[in-house]
Ligand binder design. Structure first.
Ligand SMILES: C[S@@+](CC[C@H](N)C(=O)[O-])C[C@H]1O[C@@H](n2cnc3c(N)ncnc32)[C@H](O)[C@@H]1O
Ligand code: SF4
Length: 476
């Protein structure tokens, strides 16, 4: 059976070819799997990688003072919890909780700057959450002051923030522009009233549009909007309307995330009635609907789940095959090292991941003792670095160039990956998701929807993992 499409299309239409997905294929490929914002994924992090190990990595990073840095700040607060939310958030209306948190975040930034010892050049600077605009303007300004005291945001840097249009004021937007923020990412998810009720997130279209227009008038260069497909009570028709509304607003980028339904990790998702969640064929239809409409509206597909206007930097990088991906998402500004601050933030420094503790009390305790609040991490070995390069190429640029990998890692691709190539031939290649040639691998337009499954073939840790306990959301 072929999934029905929104309107008749010719076979030459790449989007149409991508839809030719049978129920049988779905049942074979729609299974739990990582989204590969990192490789190895965070489930491999362990407590043997501790504060001392992190300090050692930072000292090594400090030996390259001119290399660019990425800096991520996690601002976890929200006033109310959306029941679909899978992020690390702290729900409170008590403003003093954030005041104390910021005091410690300032201290952590000072500690980081000290350990990096003069390495200050930042080319990618993100505030994520939670909801960074939960903070009062004065708190935002004070935080940015601390950052710029310790680090130099480079001209042309990617300076971005996640904003929830329900709580963001024009005063905050004006301040962000003054502070040099040029990119906004707005959470929308869905405008359909019954869906909004089902996920405890009431967000009228008019107020979102008004804030969007205001942001444009203030000169934000790049505005992204987040949507989620697979939310309870979404239908093809309802989601089609949402997509058309968004396409009409003309954001520079749109993320169309697959709903990660992980109630065993995020208890708030238990409030959603599982019977209302579209799965399998019904879920994929939603993505296909969004993809068709965004492509028809002049957007190009970026990586697995993003769309961008052709003039956008991401679209240009994608066309040139030089897109990158890190914990902040797809980017055109790869820095050799990424440092994170705030609870649960993840850094990627000199070949090691390091994640901060998630509990406020533990975070404060560590900083009171002058220690980095590291909970766990992972140091990559040579095989991890190689597989990371392969998986990143697949997720970003939908291909792997054999010669490039051989040159970078000094090995012969085919013998090294003989097991993976056999597995690909028997599965994803036979199903038309990927082609295997002398020059390497190429994910087909139809395979883009399944790129997580293709990447999973190269994931050594996943292979070694027991499948008894659910860890990841489903791939489709
Ligand atoms: C930190 S939140 C966004 C910022 C802001 N708090 C808001 O909600 O507008 C980042 C994005 O993660 C996505 N997200 C959150 N939970 C998700 C889930 N369970 N599955 C897929 N995407 C999710 C949403 O699209 C959300 O906009
Ligand atoms: S989706 Fe955004 S506003 Fe809602 S709980 Fe998650 S972080 Fe907070």
């Amino acid at each position: 059976m072929t999934i029905p499409t929104a309107r008749p299309r010719g076979p030459e239409d790449p989007a149409a070819r991508a839809f030719d997905v049978t129920v049988d294929l779905l049942s074979r490929y729609d299974r739990p799997g990582p989204r590969y914002t990192s490789y190895p994924t965070a489930v491999e992090f362990h407590e043997r990688f501790d504060e001392a190990a992190y300090r050692e990595r930072l000292a090594d990073a400090a030996r390259a003072p001119d290399d660019p840095l990425s800096l991520y700040l996690h601002l976890p607060f929200c006033e109310e919890r959306c029941s679909f939310c899978g992020c690390m958030v702290i729900i409170t209306k008590k403003r003093e909780v954030a005041t104390r948190y910021l005091d410690y975040l300032h201290r952590e930034l000072a500690l980081l700057a000290g350990a990096l010892d003069g390495r200050r050049r930042v080319v990618q600077y993100h505030w994520g959450g939670g909801t960074p605009t939960y903070l009062a303007p004065a708190q935002m300004a004070a935080l940015h002051d601390v950052v710029t005291r310790h680090f130099e945001i480079q001209p042309g840097a990617e300076v971005a923030i996640e904003v929830d249009p329900r709580v963001t004021t024009v005063e905050q937007l004006e301040l962000l522009r003054q502070m040099g923020f040029t990119r906004l990412s707005m959470g929308v998810q869905d405008f359909t009233p019954v869906v909004q009720q089902a996920v405890n997130r009431i967000q009228p279209e008019e107020t979102t549009r008004a804030l969007f227009d205001r942001a444009r008038a203030l000169g934000f260069e790049s505005i992204n909007i987040d949507l989620i497909y697979g939310l309870p009570l979404q239908t093809r028709d309802s989601f089609a309307k949402v997509v058309d509304t968004i396409a009409d607003m003309r954001p520079d980028r749109v993320a169309v995330y697959s709903f990660a339904h992980v109630p065993w990790i995020r208890g708030n998702q238990k409030k959603i009635d599982a019977a209302d969640i579209p799965v399998g064929e019904r879920k994929i239809e939603l993505f296909v609907e969004a993809m068709t409409r965004f492509l028809a509206a002049g957007y190009v597909q970026i990586g697995m789940d993003h769309f961008a206007l052709p003039g956008d930097e991401l679209a240009r990088a994608s066309a040139a095959g030089v897109l990158h991906r890190n914990f902040m998402g797809y980017t055109t500004k790869p820095a050799t090292d990424m440092v994170g601050a705030g609870v649960s933030a993840i850094g990627d420094v000199r070949g090691a991941f390091a994640q901060n503790v998630k509990k406020l009390s533990t975070y404060y305790e560590a900083l009171d003792a002058g220690r980095f609040p590291i909970e766990r991490g992972y140091r990559l070995d040579a095989d991890d670095r190689l597989r990371r390069a392969v998986i990143t190429e697949l997720m970003c640029n939908f291909r792997v160039r054999r010669e490039e990998i051989e040159r970078r890692f000094d090995l012969a691709f085919v013998p090294y990956f003989s097991r993976e190539l056999d597995e690909l031939s028997a599965g994803p290649a036979a199903d038309g998701f990927v082609t295997i040639g002398d020059s390497g691998l190429e994910v087909t337009p139809r395979g883009r929807l399944f790129v997580r499954n293709v990447a999973m073939v190269f994931d050594r840790h996943l292979r070694e993992k027991s499948t008894e306990r659910p860890v990841f959301s489903r791939t489709i």
